[in-house]
Design a protein around this ligand. Sequence first.
Ligand SMILES: [Zn+2]
Length: 237
Amino acid sequence: MGNQKTNTFRHMRTVFSSVILATVALYSILTPFSAAASPSCDPTGSLCQIDTLLSLGDSMQQIGAPSISDPSWLKPHVTFTYSIATKGNITADMTEFRQLVNQTLNDARGWSRLNLTFNEVASGGNLTIYLAEALQMTSFSANGCSTSWSCTVGNTIIINQDRWLAATDSWNGGGGNLRDYRNMVVNHETGHWLGHNHLHCSGPGQLAPIMQQQSIDLEGCKVNPWPLDSELWSTRL
Ligand SMILES: [Zn+2]
């Protein structure tokens, strides 16, 4: 009898434990889906709303939805490589040219906002950036380049040494300084490489788009060395 009672007790305990485990498991499965519609949750109650919002927040994180700090133009990270070259009689400081090109390409205000990194390599790379004597400009393209301006031909950007050393009347007349001009010309030509054509000033007093030919005419715009938000796209990405 004593054994029978013990066995019956053990059996009941096992059944009871199984029922509890099953209930907990079922509750765990159902809870994430039923929280918002739970009959114990008063839909007008603040706790219920907070619970629903927290669940929504968790779901958003799980599916990797963009947050407010991730704008629509942000793409997966890409690294481009480039090399530096010269053509003709160069009098400019090449160490300074190298540094300024790298800083411009990777500046937090520039094309790096597209989640790009530009790494200099000794030769080759995705892109070659020349500093060229003005007289050599047309040797890169008879029609696409002139002795007066910088240009981009295929995967080659050619910065005109005369512009690098002195900017232009338009830029200087608009109150731009030489450092900003150098940022602008590198960003403008890199913009062509990224797939951009020219833009015009959108109205007097506005910041010039980086793809406006600011070297030639500001068209009433303010000098601007960096791409506008509206210009943050690339056909290469
Ligand atoms: Zn251009």
